[in-house]
Design a protein around this ligand. Structure first.
Ligand code: ATP
Ligand code: MG
Length: 378
């Protein structure tokens, strides 16, 4: 085998881009498969394959270039992942793990079977009325697409028969089966990154995530919760990864309820938005440990370098060019870590970049980060 290993990444968005930086840092190559050229990750490498997994030719060329294949989103038909394995290349996380996660209903069933605390949920087959579902889940619940949901696009909050009807209309166009889940009046949302190889498992500091309109906006590390809750959340997240026989990196989202229970919301078999703070805040970032795990190398320390970190997502504020309009204002604070993903087009609410600040006082870095975010124009 050649010395300079090439990591194939299915998908060329910001998660692949930030993974690619870390692969280069360690002296590896990357290959990117994405539907359109000049993607955020494709811009970084000459090994950009344009097409998708259903194009056998392109998939084979991409696979031949790669020594190992990983992915940046879980919505890839697992038969295609199996096909990559028949070409002699390992896929991490495994196609089996992906197939237990990509359908949220199957994911919830798997977690339930393994005794992991989750919100109450039921399958939904378009026959049941609002009353049928609310008898089981209560008046307020969430309808969710089983597949392809992200940034809240696959969810609809239901409070009554009217919003139930509207939710169905919104979600039916997404062409995915649905399930329904009890509404959790959470005290806080939590998330944790876990990285696992055959020899090691490491957890990152647990964080608080704050979503606006179902999209993650702010991450605070570490989460302001007791050590007892940290321990409980870590145990739940580790069991969840084990329950899907997961190897590689995983982002786990959880709800902390008003009565201090921790319920798992969802898991992702890849680097995750809630772990972006680790790039500057931890000894080894989620992206570097992802690359290490994929190559079965020793994992790096996940400890934080400073007591606190805050990450704010830069979401598109208009529909137009993807380049930032005012770098002078964005970089006015000499301690800000600014990340711009290189997307050609901005759209309202689209993740265009993020910024991170580290410090000793969480309120002060939160205020500074919010101030900078307000001034950035996409
Ligand atoms: N059962 C629930 N009760 C209360 N709020 C919920 C529930 N499910 C989801 N939410 C809210 O909606 C947000 C997005 O939901 P979820 O994580 O299921 O969707 P997603 O589209 O996969 O999100 P993302 O891609 O941002 O992780 C959650 O972070 C939470 O704020
Ligand atoms: Mg989520």
């Amino acid at each position: 085998m050649k010395d300079k290993k090439c990591i194939g990444i299915l998908g060329g968005g910001q998660l692949a881009r930030m993974s690619a930086y870390q692969a280069f840092k360690l002296g590896f190559e990357v290959a990117i498969l994405e539907k359109e050229g000049n993607s955020p990750a494709g811009q970084l490498t000459k090994n950009e394959f344009i097409g998708w997994v259903n194009n056998k030719n392109i998939l084979e060329m991409f696979t031949n270039k790669s020594d190992v294949v990983t992915l940046e989103n879980e919505f890839i038909d697992s038969t295609k992942l199996h096909y990559i394995e028949t070409l002699g290349k390992k896929v991490i996380p495994s196609p089996k793990t992906i197939s237990l996660i990509q359908d949220k209903y199957v994911q919830k069933k798997t977690l339930e079977r393994n005794g992991i605390p989750i919100p109450k949920f039921v399958s939904y087959d378009y026959e049941d009325s609002y009353n049928d579902v609310s008898l089981i889940l209560g008046k307020k619940f969430v309808l969710k697409s089983r597949k392809m949901g992200y940034d809240g696009y696959g969810n609809a909050l239901v409070r009554n028969a009217d919003s139930f009807q509207k939710g169905l209309e919104k979600l039916v166009s997404r062409n995915s089966s649905l399930y329904a889940e009890e509404f959790i009046d959470f005290k806080m949302e939590l998330a944790i990154m876990i990285v696992r190889t055959k020899k090691e498992i490491k957890t990152y500091p647990i964080v608080q995530t704050i979503q606006q309109d179902h999209i993650c906006k702010t991450v605070i590390a570490p989460a302001p919760i007791s050590n007892k809750l940290v321990k409980l959340s870590e145990e739940i997240a580790v069991s969840a990864v084990e329950s899907v026989k997961g190897f590689g990196i995983f982002g786990i989202e959880m709800f902390l309820t008003q009565d201090e229970r921790v319920l798992l919301n969802e898991m992702a078999p890849r680097p995750h938005n809630s772990g972006h703070f680790t790039i500057e805040a931890c000894i080894t970032s989620q992206f570097e440990n992802h690359i290490r795990a994929v190559l079965d190398l020793p994992l790096g320390s996940t400890a934080m370098l400073r007591p606190h970190a805050v990450m704010i997502n830069l979401l598109g504020k208009r529909n137009g060019e993807g380049t930032i309009q005012n770098y002078n204002k964005a970089l006015i604070d000499g301690e800000v870590h600014l990340h711009i993903y290189g997307k050609e087009k901005s759209r309202i609410g689209r993740k265009m970049g993020h910024l991170t600040l580290l410090g000793d006082n969480v309120n002060s870095i939160l205020a500074r980060a919010a101030q900078i975010e307000k001034q950035i124009i996409f």
